[in-house]
Ligand binder design. Sequence first.
Ligand code: SF4
Length: 289
Amino acid sequence: MKIKRAEKYGFCAGVRIADKKVKKFAELGGRDGQILGQVVHNERVVDEMESLGVPTIDSLEEAVSGTIVFSAHGVPPSFHSTAQDRGLKVLDTTCPFVYDIHEEADRAVARGGHLVFIGEPHHREVIGYTHDRDPETYHILTTLEEAEQVDWSSYPELKILFQTTLNAEEYEDVVRYIESKARKAERADTICYATKENQDAARELCSDPEIGLILIIGGTQSANTRHLWELCREHKPSYLVHSPEDVQPEWLEEVETVGVTAGASTPDYVIEEVEEQVRKLAALHAPAS
Ligand code: SF4
Protein backbone atom coordinates (compact mmCIF):
# COMPACT_ATOMS: atom_id res chain seq x y z
CA MET A 1 0.00 0.00 0.00
CA LYS A 2 1.38 3.34 -1.05
CA ILE A 3 0.36 6.53 0.73
CA LYS A 4 0.65 9.91 -0.98
CA ARG A 5 0.21 12.98 1.16
CA ALA A 6 -1.02 16.19 -0.42
CA GLU A 7 1.67 18.79 -1.07
CA LYS A 8 -0.01 21.06 1.52
CA TYR A 9 -2.21 19.81 4.33
CA GLY A 10 -2.98 20.21 8.01
CA PHE A 11 -2.16 22.92 10.53
CA CYS A 12 -2.04 26.44 9.12
CA ALA A 13 0.05 29.25 10.60
CA GLY A 14 -2.92 30.68 12.52
CA VAL A 15 -3.75 27.38 14.18
CA ARG A 16 -0.09 26.60 14.91
CA ILE A 17 0.23 29.92 16.75
CA ALA A 18 -3.04 29.40 18.69
CA ASP A 19 -1.95 25.92 19.70
CA LYS A 20 1.47 27.21 20.83
CA LYS A 21 0.03 30.13 22.81
CA VAL A 22 -2.25 27.88 24.86
CA LYS A 23 0.48 25.30 25.45
CA LYS A 24 2.88 28.04 26.58
CA PHE A 25 0.22 29.39 28.96
CA ALA A 26 -0.12 25.90 30.48
CA GLU A 27 3.65 25.30 30.59
CA LEU A 28 4.26 28.56 32.41
CA GLY A 29 1.89 27.32 35.11
CA GLY A 30 -1.15 29.24 33.87
CA ARG A 31 -3.97 28.32 36.23
CA ASP A 32 -7.68 28.81 35.97
CA GLY A 33 -7.64 29.12 32.20
CA GLN A 34 -10.52 28.19 29.92
CA ILE A 35 -11.01 28.30 26.18
CA LEU A 36 -14.16 29.80 24.72
CA GLY A 37 -15.22 27.27 22.10
CA GLN A 38 -12.75 24.83 20.60
CA VAL A 39 -9.38 26.62 20.29
CA VAL A 40 -9.23 24.97 16.89
CA HIS A 41 -11.91 22.69 15.49
CA ASN A 42 -10.35 19.38 16.40
CA GLU A 43 -11.48 17.13 19.27
CA ARG A 44 -7.99 15.70 19.82
CA VAL A 45 -6.55 19.18 20.30
CA VAL A 46 -9.42 20.00 22.68
CA ASP A 47 -8.68 16.85 24.75
CA GLU A 48 -4.98 17.69 24.76
CA MET A 49 -5.68 21.20 26.07
CA GLU A 50 -7.98 19.79 28.73
CA SER A 51 -5.25 17.40 29.87
CA LEU A 52 -2.94 20.43 30.18
CA GLY A 53 -5.48 22.03 32.52
CA VAL A 54 -7.14 24.37 30.02
CA PRO A 55 -10.69 23.10 29.43
CA THR A 56 -13.10 24.30 26.76
CA ILE A 57 -16.30 26.14 27.70
CA ASP A 58 -19.24 27.07 25.49
CA SER A 59 -20.12 30.56 26.70
CA LEU A 60 -18.39 33.53 28.26
CA GLU A 61 -20.83 33.36 31.22
CA GLU A 62 -19.29 30.04 32.27
CA ALA A 63 -15.94 31.75 32.97
CA VAL A 64 -16.04 33.10 36.50
CA SER A 65 -12.37 33.84 37.11
CA GLY A 66 -8.88 33.46 35.66
CA THR A 67 -8.00 33.66 31.98
CA ILE A 68 -10.31 33.29 29.03
CA VAL A 69 -8.74 32.13 25.77
CA PHE A 70 -10.31 33.44 22.56
CA SER A 71 -9.89 30.93 19.75
CA ALA A 72 -8.24 31.34 16.33
CA HIS A 73 -11.71 32.02 14.85
CA GLY A 74 -11.98 35.26 16.82
CA VAL A 75 -14.86 36.67 18.87
CA PRO A 76 -17.18 39.66 18.64
CA PRO A 77 -15.21 42.75 19.77
CA SER A 78 -17.63 43.27 22.70
CA PHE A 79 -16.42 39.99 24.23
CA HIS A 80 -13.11 41.66 25.06
CA SER A 81 -14.80 44.39 27.12
CA THR A 82 -17.23 41.90 28.70
CA ALA A 83 -14.30 39.75 29.79
CA GLN A 84 -12.53 42.79 31.20
CA ASP A 85 -15.64 43.97 33.06
CA ARG A 86 -15.90 40.54 34.63
CA GLY A 87 -12.30 40.63 35.84
CA LEU A 88 -11.07 37.99 33.41
CA LYS A 89 -7.66 38.08 31.77
CA VAL A 90 -7.72 37.52 28.02
CA LEU A 91 -5.38 35.29 26.03
CA ASP A 92 -6.24 36.21 22.46
CA THR A 93 -5.30 33.63 19.81
CA THR A 94 -7.43 35.17 17.05
CA CYS A 95 -5.78 34.66 13.66
CA PRO A 96 -4.49 37.92 12.10
CA PHE A 97 -6.42 37.11 8.89
CA VAL A 98 -9.64 37.09 10.87
CA TYR A 99 -8.75 40.49 12.36
CA ASP A 100 -8.15 41.77 8.80
CA ILE A 101 -11.73 40.87 7.90
CA HIS A 102 -13.12 42.59 11.00
CA GLU A 103 -11.23 45.73 9.94
CA GLU A 104 -12.26 45.50 6.29
CA ALA A 105 -15.92 45.17 7.35
CA ASP A 106 -15.62 48.15 9.72
CA ARG A 107 -14.13 50.30 6.96
CA ALA A 108 -16.91 49.36 4.53
CA VAL A 109 -19.64 50.16 7.08
CA ALA A 110 -17.97 53.49 7.92
CA ARG A 111 -18.25 54.35 4.18
CA GLY A 112 -21.95 53.57 4.28
CA GLY A 113 -21.62 50.13 2.70
CA HIS A 114 -23.81 47.10 3.37
CA LEU A 115 -22.00 43.87 4.28
CA VAL A 116 -22.61 40.51 2.66
CA PHE A 117 -20.94 37.62 4.45
CA ILE A 118 -20.72 34.41 2.43
CA GLY A 119 -20.52 31.94 5.28
CA GLU A 120 -22.20 29.80 7.88
CA PRO A 121 -24.25 31.93 10.29
CA HIS A 122 -23.55 29.66 13.27
CA HIS A 123 -19.81 29.41 12.70
CA ARG A 124 -17.84 31.16 15.47
CA GLU A 125 -15.83 33.15 12.95
CA VAL A 126 -18.99 34.57 11.34
CA ILE A 127 -20.59 35.23 14.73
CA GLY A 128 -17.45 37.21 15.53
CA TYR A 129 -18.00 39.45 12.49
CA THR A 130 -21.71 40.00 12.99
CA HIS A 131 -22.78 39.64 16.65
CA ASP A 132 -22.13 43.29 17.58
CA ARG A 133 -23.48 44.82 14.37
CA ASP A 134 -26.92 46.24 13.66
CA PRO A 135 -28.67 43.42 11.71
CA GLU A 136 -29.75 46.06 9.19
CA THR A 137 -26.11 46.47 8.13
CA TYR A 138 -25.41 42.94 6.90
CA HIS A 139 -26.64 39.70 5.36
CA ILE A 140 -25.17 36.22 5.87
CA LEU A 141 -25.87 33.65 3.19
CA THR A 142 -24.53 30.71 1.22
CA THR A 143 -27.18 29.86 -1.38
CA LEU A 144 -28.56 31.37 -4.56
CA GLU A 145 -32.09 30.97 -3.16
CA GLU A 146 -31.17 33.14 -0.19
CA ALA A 147 -29.52 35.72 -2.45
CA GLU A 148 -32.61 35.89 -4.68
CA GLN A 149 -34.78 36.94 -1.76
CA VAL A 150 -32.98 40.25 -1.24
CA ASP A 151 -33.39 43.46 -3.24
CA TRP A 152 -29.68 44.22 -3.60
CA SER A 153 -30.34 47.35 -5.65
CA SER A 154 -31.72 49.03 -2.53
CA TYR A 155 -28.19 49.40 -1.13
CA PRO A 156 -25.89 52.10 -2.53
CA GLU A 157 -22.82 49.91 -2.04
CA LEU A 158 -22.16 46.27 -1.12
CA LYS A 159 -19.06 44.73 0.37
CA ILE A 160 -18.86 40.97 -0.12
CA LEU A 161 -16.68 39.04 2.33
CA PHE A 162 -16.07 35.30 2.64
CA GLN A 163 -15.63 33.17 5.72
CA THR A 164 -11.90 32.37 5.55
CA THR A 165 -12.19 28.62 5.12
CA LEU A 166 -14.71 28.32 2.29
CA ASN A 167 -14.11 26.94 -1.17
CA ALA A 168 -14.73 30.18 -3.12
CA GLU A 169 -15.56 28.39 -6.38
CA GLU A 170 -18.67 26.87 -4.82
CA TYR A 171 -20.15 30.30 -4.23
CA GLU A 172 -19.25 31.96 -7.52
CA ASP A 173 -22.85 31.78 -8.80
CA VAL A 174 -24.17 33.36 -5.58
CA VAL A 175 -21.65 36.20 -5.69
CA ARG A 176 -22.16 36.79 -9.44
CA TYR A 177 -25.92 37.00 -8.90
CA ILE A 178 -25.51 39.58 -6.12
CA GLU A 179 -23.06 41.60 -8.24
CA SER A 180 -25.47 41.54 -11.19
CA LYS A 181 -28.25 43.07 -9.10
CA ALA A 182 -26.20 45.56 -7.07
CA ARG A 183 -25.72 49.23 -7.84
CA LYS A 184 -22.11 48.89 -6.71
CA ALA A 185 -20.46 45.78 -5.27
CA GLU A 186 -16.94 45.02 -4.25
CA ARG A 187 -15.74 41.59 -3.21
CA ALA A 188 -12.87 41.15 -0.79
CA ASP A 189 -10.52 38.24 -1.30
CA THR A 190 -10.87 36.89 2.23
CA ILE A 191 -10.43 33.16 1.63
CA CYS A 192 -7.32 32.37 3.65
CA TYR A 193 -4.15 31.40 1.75
CA ALA A 194 -3.80 28.25 3.90
CA THR A 195 -7.28 27.11 2.92
CA LYS A 196 -6.52 27.81 -0.74
CA GLU A 197 -3.22 25.95 -0.61
CA ASN A 198 -4.78 22.91 1.08
CA GLN A 199 -7.61 22.93 -1.47
CA ASP A 200 -5.26 23.28 -4.47
CA ALA A 201 -3.11 20.42 -3.17
CA ALA A 202 -6.25 18.30 -2.66
CA ARG A 203 -7.21 18.98 -6.30
CA GLU A 204 -3.81 17.63 -7.32
CA LEU A 205 -4.48 14.43 -5.39
CA CYS A 206 -7.80 14.18 -7.19
CA SER A 207 -6.10 14.37 -10.58
CA ASP A 208 -3.45 11.77 -9.72
CA PRO A 209 -4.38 8.62 -11.65
CA GLU A 210 -2.49 6.36 -9.22
CA ILE A 211 -4.68 7.32 -6.28
CA GLY A 212 -7.69 5.09 -5.75
CA LEU A 213 -9.00 6.57 -2.52
CA ILE A 214 -8.58 9.81 -0.57
CA LEU A 215 -8.74 10.13 3.21
CA ILE A 216 -9.49 13.61 4.55
CA ILE A 217 -8.49 13.88 8.20
CA GLY A 218 -9.96 16.42 10.58
CA GLY A 219 -12.34 17.31 13.40
CA THR A 220 -16.10 16.83 13.24
CA GLN A 221 -16.71 20.58 13.52
CA SER A 222 -13.98 21.74 11.16
CA ALA A 223 -15.56 23.60 8.25
CA ASN A 224 -12.39 23.63 6.16
CA THR A 225 -11.94 19.84 6.59
CA ARG A 226 -15.52 19.30 5.42
CA HIS A 227 -14.90 21.54 2.42
CA LEU A 228 -11.83 19.50 1.47
CA TRP A 229 -13.97 16.37 1.63
CA GLU A 230 -16.69 17.94 -0.54
CA LEU A 231 -14.06 18.88 -3.09
CA CYS A 232 -12.39 15.42 -3.17
CA ARG A 233 -15.53 13.30 -3.27
CA GLU A 234 -16.53 14.90 -6.58
CA HIS A 235 -13.54 13.17 -8.20
CA LYS A 236 -12.47 10.11 -6.17
CA PRO A 237 -13.88 7.80 -3.51
CA SER A 238 -13.22 9.96 -0.44
CA TYR A 239 -13.81 9.55 3.27
CA LEU A 240 -13.74 12.01 6.13
CA VAL A 241 -11.97 10.48 9.14
CA HIS A 242 -11.50 11.94 12.58
CA SER A 243 -9.30 9.21 14.07
CA PRO A 244 -7.56 5.96 13.04
CA GLU A 245 -10.56 3.90 14.22
CA ASP A 246 -12.71 5.48 11.52
CA VAL A 247 -10.75 3.82 8.71
CA GLN A 248 -12.75 0.85 7.42
CA PRO A 249 -10.83 -2.12 5.94
CA GLU A 250 -13.28 -2.52 3.05
CA TRP A 251 -12.39 0.98 1.80
CA LEU A 252 -8.89 -0.27 1.05
CA GLU A 253 -9.92 -3.30 -1.00
CA GLU A 254 -8.34 -3.17 -4.44
CA VAL A 255 -6.75 0.20 -3.68
CA GLU A 256 -3.02 0.43 -4.29
CA THR A 257 -2.44 4.07 -3.46
CA VAL A 258 -4.22 6.14 -0.82
CA GLY A 259 -4.15 9.93 -0.97
CA VAL A 260 -4.10 11.77 2.34
CA THR A 261 -4.97 15.33 3.18
CA ALA A 262 -6.04 17.09 6.38
CA GLY A 263 -7.86 20.22 7.48
CA ALA A 264 -6.10 23.29 8.85
CA SER A 265 -6.93 22.27 12.43
CA THR A 266 -5.55 18.72 12.25
CA PRO A 267 -2.34 18.07 14.23
CA ASP A 268 0.43 16.09 12.54
CA TYR A 269 0.25 13.27 15.08
CA VAL A 270 -3.36 12.46 14.08
CA ILE A 271 -2.31 12.27 10.42
CA GLU A 272 0.53 9.90 11.32
CA GLU A 273 -1.81 7.70 13.40
CA VAL A 274 -4.30 7.44 10.53
CA GLU A 275 -1.55 6.54 8.04
CA GLU A 276 -0.24 3.91 10.46
CA GLN A 277 -3.72 2.40 10.68
CA VAL A 278 -3.99 2.30 6.86
CA ARG A 279 -0.67 0.44 6.66
CA LYS A 280 -1.75 -2.00 9.39
CA LEU A 281 -5.10 -2.76 7.76
CA ALA A 282 -3.49 -3.11 4.35
CA ALA A 283 -0.91 -5.57 5.76
CA LEU A 284 -3.64 -7.59 7.49
CA HIS A 285 -5.60 -7.96 4.27
CA ALA A 286 -2.68 -8.41 1.90
CA PRO A 287 -2.85 -11.71 0.00
CA ALA A 288 -0.52 -14.35 1.51
CA SER A 289 2.57 -14.88 -0.65
S1 SF4 B 1 -7.23 28.75 8.22
FE1 SF4 B 1 -6.32 30.74 7.72
S2 SF4 B 1 -7.70 32.20 8.73
FE2 SF4 B 1 -8.06 30.24 9.69
S3 SF4 B 1 -6.67 30.18 11.44
FE3 SF4 B 1 -5.61 29.24 9.72
S4 SF4 B 1 -4.36 30.87 8.81
FE4 SF4 B 1 -5.96 31.81 10.09
